[in-house]
Design a protein around this ligand. Structure first.
Ligand SMILES: NC(=O)c1ccc[n+]([C@@H]2O[C@H](COP(=O)([O-])OP(=O)(O)OC[C@H]3O[C@@H](n4cnc5c(N)ncnc54)[C@H](O)[C@@H]3O)[C@@H](O)[C@H]2O)c1
Length: 350
């Protein structure tokens, strides 16, 4: 039987909508872009001209449209919860960008709205879908490294000025709209990645989350250096930065009792395994997505979302986004209180 076409409303027509969600939606045989929404109507019009659909300026009107089956939330972080909840309450499926929300209370309300509606809520943690991470996870699952002892993971680049359509001084740099800086923009990707990659949970953190580079007019952090303890006992570090210049560090290294696994540390071999007995595996996969021209499409996010709607089984539901958000919230609390913080306590209070 032919699958039902999903009519999609895109809320936010900035960079991630332009470079990932709209092209992936337009390329998907089961998706029809119906509504492109942005208060800067020219941005909505530009996307509609390229990918089809009708521009609109008001997200409340967009999510209420009867023909819309699913909503992609690709606007500034402070709008993720209100847009997602309104869309779920209107009976739409939702694909929401990261970080899922700006607080544990918001994340909890989003999960409750998904449960009440029976619709799919997926969080766009695309790093889980990248071929190099899938290959690395297969290797770790095979037990090749034995028990995992420590790890380090990093996501850092010069900053979102050259990426966001709002550029210098835009919403990414305003606490009331972003709620957090590099830690929420990039750190949440790696918090989610290590949880998924190691099949483990972060239970305790200690962190510096600061505007260390201090090169911009902004009230959010530009660097975060965090220590994470996992439920298994493994300990690792997470770095998020908006001052690595030039280039981008999107790497992860896992140290086990039998060897080391390196992800995205080499320009040719995206996954490298070095075992204590001298064996080496040099593996080439498709490279990690980048902010370079054309570097964001084919992430697998839209295809995974559509499959989740079709099957009713979502691999990255709100619950997963909330656990990764909780790591960020715990790191912020640790940085503020100068204490170790239990991640469980962050979600438990809601
Ligand atoms: N998963 C990823 O790899 C990834 C990468 C980049 C951005 N993101 C996330 O995507 C979201 C958008 O980021 P971006 O890079 O596209 O930012 P951007 O600054 O390029 O675009 C944001 C857009 O949202 C619009 N907007 C503002 N208020 C709105 C409203 N009330 N209704 C509808 N639209 C509104 C702005 O006008 C702008 O066009 C953020 O949450 C960000 O964290 C995720």
């Amino acid at each position: 039987m032919a699958k039902k076409t999903l009519g999609v409303a895109m809320i936010g027509c900035g960079s991630i909508a332009t470079h990932r969600h709209a092209p992936e939606a337009a390329a998907h045989p089961q998706v029809k872009l119906l509504t492109l929404c942005d208060p800067v109507l020219a941005r909505a019009k530009a996307l509609a001209d390229t990918f089809g659909g009708t521009p609109c300026a008001d997200w409340r009107a967009a999510v209420a449209q009867p023909a819309v089956d699913a909503v992609v939330v690709a606007c500034p972080n402070y709008l993720h919860a209100p847009v997602t909840i309104a869309a779920l309450q209107a009976g739409k499926h939702v694909l929401c960008e990261k970080p899922m929300a700006t607080s544990a209370a918001e994340a909890t309300a989003m999960m409750a709205a998904a449960k009440a509606s029976g619709k799919t809520l997926m969080i766009a943690h695309n790093q889980r879908l990248a071929p190099l991470h899938i290959r690395a996870k297969q290797l770790l699952k095979s037990g090749i490294l034995g028990r995992i002892v420590t790890f380090r993971t990093s996501f850092a680049h010069p900053g979102p000025e050259g990426w966001s359509v709002e550029g210098v001084g835009g919403w990414f740099f305003q606490k009331e709209k972003a709620f957090v800086g590099a830690m929420g923009d990039l750190g949440v990707h790696k918090a989610d990645l290590v949880r998924w990659l190691l099949d483990d949970e972060v239970v305790e953190v200690a962190a510096f989350v600061e505007a260390i580079a201090g090169k911009r007019q902004s009230d959010v952090d530009d660097n975060a250096i965090c220590l994470l303890r996992m439920a298994s006992g493994a300990v690792g570090s997470l770095t998020a930065g908006w001052s690595h210049n030039p280039g981008c560090d999107n790497s992860t290294v896992v140290y086990g009792e039998k060897g080391i696994l390196r992800i995205d540390t080499d320009p040719v071999y995206t996954v490298i395994v070095e075992l204590a007995d001298g064996e080496r595996q040099l593996i080439k996969t498709k490279a990690m997505q980048t902010n370079d021209e054309g570097g964001q499409t084919d992430s697998g996010i839209m295809a995974t979302f559509v499959e989740s709607v079709n099957t009713g089984k979502c691999p990255i539901p709100g619950e997963e986004g909330a656990k990764s958000l909780a790591v960020i919230l715990a790191c912020l609390e640790s940085a503020e209180t100068k204490r170790f913080v239990s991640v469980g306590s962050v979600l438990a209070g809601v």
